[in-house]
Design a protein around this ligand. Structure first.
Ligand code: ATP
Ligand code: BTN
Length: 246
């Protein structure tokens, strides 16, 4: 529909890794890779993403970076908005976003987003946007280190992965187009409206240190605004940051 060619795989290690290989073999972006199952699905910082076959959505969109790296600011937050909108169209209520890019329903993780950059920013550079949505996954043999839920559990019926993947492509197209035309600031308010931890006591882990503060929303670029006792408000952005409730 939008000129996004679709590459379907029965099994792959990770749809993000498969997208990277396609780019390296000369396949032109934009394109989408979807797989029925992943053998090495991953989250941020190399963490594992549970990826049983035929139950969930493993979706990766590869795009050319057109507006330079500064145009990417807030990108993963915008992808969060797109996932949220696709979930709502599938009938999931009570969904919200946890900064920077986790999607929660009813206080548990329902989808995850992994945005990776490939290539030389001065030359041909691509973003690889990986999205995992829990659709019909069963608790059975899985051990996931934090509370999670599925579309099925939230809607009370077997959910169509085909419909959801279709909604996802449509909403990604819509939000990425707005983001590239108007920048992140035009979507900031919409993001804030779904910010599940606004006003909550949190701990930000930067890798090197743990900083306690109150989640005070985001700035015009999508950076976290943390209100810190004795220091006032400070903004944080970057890939290695992770926010938890205190
Ligand atoms: P943050 O990104 O802010 O650090 P996080 O703890 O959710 O938050 P991520 O790296 O984003 O960390 O996500 C990976 C984590 O998600 C895994 O360590 C695991 O606890 C959890 N997880 C793995 N697979 C799934 C899944 N299919 N559904 C929900 N959660 C999962
Ligand atoms: C996270 O919450 O840390 C991000 C999880 C991202 C999972 C998706 S599934 C499709 C794509 N392929 C991967 O290996 N990871 C992303």
């Amino acid at each position: 529909r939008f000129g996004w060619r679709l590459y379907l795989r029965e099994t792959t290690d990770s749809t993000n890794a498969e997208a990277l290989r396609l780019l390296q073999s000369g396949v032109p972006a934009p394109f989408v890779v979807m797989a029925e199952g992943q053998t090495a699905g991953r989250g941020r910082r190399g963490r594992e993403w549970a990826s049983p076959p035929a139950q969930n959505i493993y979706y990766t969109l590869a795009l050319k970076v057109l507006n330079g790296l500064q145009g990417l600011s807030g990108l993963s937050l915008v992808v969060g908005l797109a996932v949220l909108s696709a979930l709502r169209r599938s009938g999931v209520e009570g969904v919200g976003l946890k900064w920077p890019n986790d999607v929660y329903a009813d206080g548990r993780k329902i989808a995850g987003i992994l945005v990776e950059l490939n290539g030389d920013p001065a030359d041909a550079c691509h973003v690889i946007i990986g999205i995992g949505v829990n659709v019909n996954m069963r608790p059975s043999s899985l051990s996931i280190g934090q509370p999670w839920t599925t579309v099925r559990e939230q809607t009370g019926g077997l959910a169509s992965r085909a419909d959801l993947a279709h909604f996802l492509s449509e909403s990604l197209h819509h939000y990425l187009d707005r983001h590239s035309r108007e920048g992140f600031s035009s979507l900031r308010e919409e993001w804030e409206a779904s910010n599940i931890w606004y006003g909550r006591d949190c701990v930000l882990s930067t890798g090197a240190q743990q900083i306690k503060g109150v989640m005070n929303g985001i700035d015009e670029q999508g950076a976290l605004r943390l209100w810190i006792e004795g220091r006032g408000e400070q903004c944080f952005s970057g890939g290695e940051l992770s926010l938890r409730l205190d």
